[in-house]
Each structure stands twice: as C-alpha cells, then as structure tokens.
Design a protein around this ligand. Sequence first.
Ligand SMILES: Nc1ncnc2c1ncn2[C@@H]1O[C@H](COP(=O)(O)OP(=O)(O)O)[C@@H](O)[C@H]1O
Ligand SMILES: [Mg+2]
Length: 291
Amino acid sequence: MNADSGSVLDVDGVTVRFGGLTALDGVSFGVAPRQVLGLIGPNGAGKTTLLNVLCGFIRPNEGRVRFAGRELTRLPPHRLAGLGVARTLQGVGLFAGLTAVENVMVGANCRASAGFWPALAGLPRSGRDERRLRAEALEALRQTGAAAAADRKPGELPYGVRKRVALARALAARPRLLLLDEPASGLADDELAGLADLVTQIAAQAALVVVEHHMDWMMSVCDSLVVLDFGKVIASGSPKDVQADPAVTAAYLGADGEAAETGTGDGAAQNATGERAAVNGAGDGARDNDE
Ligand SMILES: Nc1ncnc2c1ncn2[C@@H]1O[C@H](COP(=O)(O)OP(=O)(O)O)[C@@H](O)[C@H]1O
Ligand SMILES: [Mg+2]
C-alpha cells in the first residue's frame, strides 16, 4: 500500500538486522485511519522489532515508515510522540515509584512538552499544569476502567489493572497512531471482552497496530492482519482470509507437526496458534526486564 491508497501509516520495505540476524526483511504494509491492524506470527517472527521501528526506538537498516505524510524513520523517538505516535510495551512497563495517576500524567505531559523523556524529567512544572495533567490522567484512567487505582503504586495492583493503567498512559497522549504489544497477555478470560470493546472505542480516534497471540481475540478486534514469519510478511488481508491461508497454518505448526492431527482448516490454525501463545507466554517474564 502507499499514500494513494488512503493509508495513514505506510511501512515500505523495512529491513532490520541485528548483527548476522535479519529480524525484519523487506516488510511492507499500510494502515488506514481508524483501522485496527493486527500483527501476528510465531515467537521470534519480528513483531516487537517492528513496533520498535514504528515508534522510532529502532532505526531500520533499509526501508521507511511514513505516518500522516511524514517520514518517521529519520526522526528521534521523542519527536514521534509530538506527531501522535504512542505505544504500550510487551508486559507492563510502568514506573514502580510513581502512582497510577502519576504514570498516566507522564503520558498526558508528552503532548505538552517535547516528548516522553522530557515529560518525565519535567513533572510537575507548576501547580496549574499539574492539576490539568492530573484531570486528563484521571479521565484516561476512567476510560480504561482503572480510575479506582489512581493513587496506588503498580506493585500494589493486580496484573490486569496494571495493563489498564499502561493503556491509559498511552491514551493520555491522545495518539493518532497507537501501538499495542500483547495487550491481552496475562489477562483473565473475562477481561478480554472488555479490552476488545476498549480497542474498538480507541479505533474511533486513532489507527491501531496490535500485536497479540490470542487468535480468537484478534479475529474479533482487527480489521486486517499481517502475518510475519522469520521477519517476512507471509500473508496479509482480512482475518478470515488470513486464518484460512495454508502458509499461515504451516508457519504456526513450525517444527512440531503434531498439531496437524487436530484437523484441517481453521481449527488446526487456531490450535497451533494457542500452542505458540503458551510457549511465548512462558518467556514474557524474562523479556519484560529488558524493556
Ligand atoms: N536487540 C536485539 N538484538 C539482537 N537480536 C534481537 C534483538 N531484538 C530482537 N532480536 C531477535 O530478532 C528476532 C525477532 O525478535 P522479536 O521482534 O522480539 O520477535 P517477536 O516479538 O515476534 O517474538 C528474534 O530472533 C530475536 O531474538
Ligand atoms: Mg514480541
């Protein structure tokens, strides 16, 4: 896709190498305004790396990313916040020493100052600024259903509530492009429907790129899917088309062929996906420490 197709986000030929490893290999796709694009693929496929490129943490070796007509790939991350790009991290990534509302105030402050890190360093600037930021942060916490946790520190909160606080922090920046890395991971089944509603609600105001392993949840939330395997796009399109794509099933089956005996078509793809999700979930804890 390109700017002519009505995309607000255009990813064009993005390649990222870590030493000898090619984590992303000529990745291209577009995201239309108010569209929820899902990014899926087996563990290690390059999903988090791609989000890191989209938010400016990683500069690609080749290719470019354009958002709302601006080339992002040349800008430092703090400039991207000013352009309306926000993200949540795989895991939670809240500041342990700040209360929930203070964590969200950092997000709200991104708009007012030059970006995330200056926002953090500059809190609070004046009594009036602080009251305004606090009101905006409380509003974002209400939107994600975590207002009751406003004055608690992350360590005192259940995992699901911490994820809502992290989402509120991203929302408080009033993003035009919101990047969510595994928003459903670690949530209880009864929290997933609420999260889906919230994502749909956010999509009225922003384009979203979501990385998540819960296939059923992704099918219900995403307008389109891009499937990565070993850094390459192996399928893209509507969730229904992608789920039925044999290349996708094959990628998820990977080395262990045993999932093939669970059946053909959609069922097999879902079972395989579930297995990879379980494998990945076990590794998340270790990775959180890096982020
Ligand atoms: N900072 C890094 N340095 C070296 N290799 C990395 C780095 N980040 C990711 N990788 C590697 O790049 C590949 C893609 O990783 P990642 O984007 O985290 O995949 P996913 O999020 O799809 O599980 C993996 O092989 C991973 O080990
Ligand atoms: Mg990842």
